[in-house]
Design a protein around this ligand. Sequence first.
Ligand code: ASP
Length: 437
Amino acid sequence: MIKVAKFGGSSVAGAEQFRKVRHIIESDPERRVVVVSAAGKRDKNDHKLTDLLYLCHAHLDYGVSCDEIFQTIEQRFLELRDELGLKLELESELAALRGKLSKDLPVDYLVSRGEYFTSRLMAEYLGYSFVDAAECVFFGLDGRIDREKTYAAIAAALEKNERIVIPGFYGKLPTGRVKVMTRGGSDITGALAAAAVGAGVYENWTDVSGILMADPRIVKDPRPIATATYAELRELAFMGASVLHEESIAPVREKGIALNIRNTNRPEDPGTMIVSSAGDEPCDERFITGIAGRRNFTILTVSKQNMNTSLTLRQALEILDRYHASVEHITLGLDSFALVTGTAALGDGVYDVIADIRKTCRPDDVQIQDEIALVAAVGRRMTFRPGISGRLFKALGENGVNIRTIAQGADELSIIVGVDNKNFETAIRVMYDGFAG
Ligand code: ASP
């Protein structure tokens, strides 16, 4: 089995972190493909190399000297090399880059050098072959990754070399220019590499021991999620949990490759394993995989005696669509329905929406409630298990949380409750304490 290990900026921030990475890599010979971010912050007052490179470019753009910043960047690479006792001759490449610094130097190229130099150092330190992302990660003319071309190039690189390091975050356009991905894009490179080589697992090494079951700013010391399915992860991400971006999950999800989120500073922790299907696992009392939520929704309730529900609902949805307000939930009653939408997306357009609904749907009444939060309990183990929602609502009620709306997906993967913004944190804590902790 081949394992692809991607190390984020904090995992490669300095010599100490490089040592931890080598330890991790050497402890498992299956980790044959390593994807590396640019060195991140070594401590709270430090800066990420990517940020410094962007800053450098901003100076050039405004015609302000970036000498000092560039020197800081050079220093970091040279210090890292010397502290690790590496031989890599970086001076001439850095000098060449310095010589090219001008307003006309493409920002993507300049910024990509963070990953480029960090990976060059990592490749020498691990004794792996360096494979430039410009030679194996390709964008199409539409600016999107050309997956097939990328997969073929990465697979070929691993055929030629036993063990490789690839810089994350950038690739090449058909024009030959370097293009960077969105911030945090090394996660995407890692997933592409895993899909390309048919990895048994894609390890994403970061500075937390997996995805937490709830937001640690709300729940004290939440436990990490041991196993989640990709479907659960999507629900959690949709509801606001900070997990990997969809784009960095799709390549591995589509190929059924497991994703393991691990902590470089605590390699003994198993982290979170994300799999296509969790199979028959022993079920304990913890039915919930994770809890997530978002504040600031608006509920529009439209009432009309004896209405033609499907027609009126369709008209109301079309109106919201015209105002680019996505509808998160719909609840239907006999003579009314309620639409839940993001307050910010609606903005001041809410009054026009109501006026349009009045004109088109001719309702008896339109009510609006804002300051609503949606909180989701996500868990595959809730499926076909009677009584969970009852227990959940009871627990919320006992803690003084009034439920304004309820939704459960047909797949029973999540139960979503709408509560007042002011009850947001209590609702999350009650759910966690009762069902997850
Ligand atoms: N270095 C890039 C960033 O800071 C990409 C990454 O770390 O994944 O966003």
